[in-house]
Design a protein around this ligand. Structure first.
Ligand code: ADP
Length: 159
């Protein structure tokens, strides 16, 4: 089974990494799809995100990272992925995911939801940006490779 784990990953954090590890353990191959959204200002470029996710997945042996634009379901088909993986941190995540999952299902692609690990449940890219912008430690939020890339960015940004 080949699965697609799509997201913004801006930046990738320990919650994403936990999901990648757990999803990769269930499938033959996991494609981490970095969605390109030109309308949204991002902390990291898509290339930076793909490189970080590819490096994080390398040790697992069955994970690749690819950027994509447009409908996730269409990208999944071009990658020959038969299922999507998404994470659920709380009820709000489920609410937000429900409609898209129904649309994707109607287009022939089912979604497998993994419940966030309790230790990572509070993590979001938004929280990483808030904490980083406040000049506080990101050690408990992101893997070292991500820390090395985002630290100089936050150091350059005022407040
Ligand atoms: P998106 O903008 O598509 O929601 P994100 O990068 O925020 O992209 O998240 C990608 C996926 O990772 C989503 O399915 C999200 O629910 C999941 N995710 C985000 N944070 C966590 C976490 N702390 N634990 C588990 N899954 C998470």
């Amino acid at each position: 089974m080949k699965a697609l784990y799509p997201g913004s990953f801006d930046p990738p954090h320990l919650g994403h990494l936990d999901l990648i590890r757990r999803a990769a353990a269930q499938v033959d191959h996991l494609v981490v799809g970095v969605a390109l959204n030109p309308d949204k200002q991002s902390l990291l470029s898509v290339d930076q995100r793909v490189a970080l996710l590819a490096a994080l997945g390398r040790e697992l042996g069955n994970v690749s990272a690819v950027a994509y634009q447009g409908a996730t379901v269409t990208f999944a088909k071009t990658q020959k992925c038969t299922v999507l993986v998404r994470g659920l941190r709380n009820a709000a995540d489920l609410d937000a995911e429900f409609g898209m999952a129904q649309v994707n299902r109607a287009n022939g692609l089912d979604t497998l939801f993994l419940v966030a690990d309790a230790a990572q449940q509070h993590l979001s890219s938004r929280l990483v940006k808030l904490v980083g912008a406040a000049g506080l430690s990101l050690d408990a939020l992101v893997p070292p490779a991500v820390l090395a890339v985002v630290t100089p960015i936050f150091a350059r940004k005022p407040g």
